[in-house]
Ligand binder design. Structure first.
Ligand code: GDL
Length: 453
């Protein structure tokens, strides 16, 4: 049986349009995966107003999505998030939930998700009087939903717990009372989602999942956040899936990935996720090349009679510049390493050959980025351009400042003189309240807060 796998539209912020969802379904299919999960956090009826039934117009829109998924041979899963204000012990709340399920079932859906992520983990007094724990209260609701669905053949129910990663489970899932209760009380057939040791996990190992399986008493469904960007919208993650041991494929019941808010940024992440799930010998670089080739056609230049696109090395550079949350792409990482080496000494000897060669490499890289930026402005697909424009702008600017700074160092300024930064007023950019607040707390080079600094 093929593993259930696909994309969950599960981020905060503006939900996708119908056309974008259908586009994503094509990418899911092309990646060899089989599921689209409808779970946009800021769809007002998912969380904030979860009791309100969908209107006829909303039902018609959902029906069109269900049909689009079916046409492509994909399953569609619909999520409910009765979590922010629910009274777990009130039967009227269950009635609201059933009514929502009825609406989904009437669309022909058989796959559902109940999401309890990012909510206050406190019980109201009336719930505390009825349930021994928060986990028990949640199990009561999910088990009732499962029973209501009559657990028909082919029904799937995903459950996203409130402790959905190792850090939230106190660093040791096996000792979490919350997860132990889920393992013991949640119906065996309900799948439990897990994002790894962290919300955005640098790595996920097979060992860690085997331990988790002991407490959950079932294999988890991975809820992957490697290319989500709602938690830091100044970034976008356009590179391949990485940092997952290939052996995790035997330790999971499914795999869903939660993308960048900007649809266009997700092509390579989705394609490589599919490749990872299919191929035990997954190689990040090989699959990134293959995904770049498949993506290239989308980069057509406007008004180009012969269908000219960006060149493959330009698409590859774009991917490399905006790679993964914890790693720059190989080309960009090499440039950072070069720059670091050139800047380590207080007043480096800029006459030596190695220094000059490093400077030339950085200058050439800067020129490639400027050219990529300019060529992107010509794209026919404006969403594709607008998705990347702010990020390329920023990296282009910083590379510009870096090359100017290196030129200044190479010009032999006297000790203690200040880089003139002719191009802009000092401190104009990357400011604002958030940056100011962030700068208030002392942090070391790794970003850890430490008051001793
Ligand atoms: C989360 C949320 C998710 C969000 C993601 C990245 C889960 C289970 N829930 O905490 O909706 O998009 O982090 O910010 O990951």
């Amino acid at each position: 049986m093929t593993m259930i796998s696909g994309v969950i539209e599960g981020f905060y912020g503006r939900p996708w349009s119908e056309a974008q969802r259908i586009e994503m379904m094509d990418w899911i299919k092309a990646a060899g995966m089989n599921l689209y999960v409808y779970a946009p956090k800021d769809d007002v009826k998912l969380r904030a107003r979860w009791r309100e039934p969908y209107t006829d117009a909303e039902m018609a829109a959902l029906a069109r999505l269900v049909a689009a998924a079916k046409q492509r041979g994909l399953a569609m899963m619909a999520a409910l998030a009765p979590c922010l204000d629910i009274t777990y012990s009130d039967p009227a709340e269950l009635a609201h939930l059933m009514r929502r399920l009825d609406q989904f079932v009437s669309l022909g859906l058989t796959h559902f998700a109940i999401l309890y992520d990012d909510i206050p983990s406190r019980l109201k007094p009336e719930d505390a009087a009825q349930f021994p724990s928060f986990a028990s209260a949640q199990c009561h609701i999910a088990n009732a939903a499962w029973a209501y669905l009559c657990a028909k053949n082919g029904t799937r129910l995903f459950f996203c717990p409130t402790e959905y990663c190792g850090r939230m489970a106190g660093g040791d899932p096996e000792r979490s009372a919350y997860l132990q209760t889920l393992g013991a009380e949640l119906c065996d057939n309900i799948d439990i989602c897990w994002t790894g040791p962290e919300i955005i996990s640098p790595e996920i190992t097979a060992d860690s999942l085997q331990n988790l399986t002991k407490v959950l008493r079932r294999k988890p469904v991975i809820w992957e956040n490697f290319h989500a960007n709602d938690y830091d919208i100044r970034r976008t993650h356009t590179g391949p899936l990485g940092g997952r041991e290939s052996a995790i494929r035997d330790e999971i019941a499914g795999f869903i990935t939660n993308p960048n808010n900007e649809l266009e940024a997700n092509f390579v992440p989705v394609a490589t996720t599919g490749a990872f799930l299919k191929n035990a010998a997954y190689d990040e670089n090989t699959e990134t090349d293959a995904a770049a080739r498949a993506w290239q056609d989308r980069f057509r230049l406007a008004y180009s009679p012969d269908g000219e696109t960006l060149k493959l090395d330009e698409v590859a550079l774009l991917i490399d510049l905006l790679y993964q949350p914890f790693r720059a792409g190989p080309q960009s990482a090499a440039i950072v390493a070069t720059a670091r080496a050139l800047l380590t000494e207080a007043w480096p000897n800029t006459e030596v050959r190695a220094w000059r060669e490093g400077q030339a490499r950085i200058r050439a890289y800067h020129e490639r980025v400027v050219s990529l930026f300019d060529r992107m402005t010509e794209l026919e697909n404006r969403d594709l351009f607008y998705t990347f424009q702010p990020h390329l702008w920023e990296v282009r600017d910083e590379l510009h400042t870096l090359t100017q700074y290196l030129d200044w160092l190479a010009s032999g300024p006297s000790a203690n003189s200040v880089f003139p930064e002719a191009g802009r007023l000092p401190n104009t950019y990357r400011q604002g309240l958030a940056a100011e607040l962030q700068a208030l707390l002392p942090r070391d080079r790794d970003g850890n807060l430490n008051h001793a600094i």
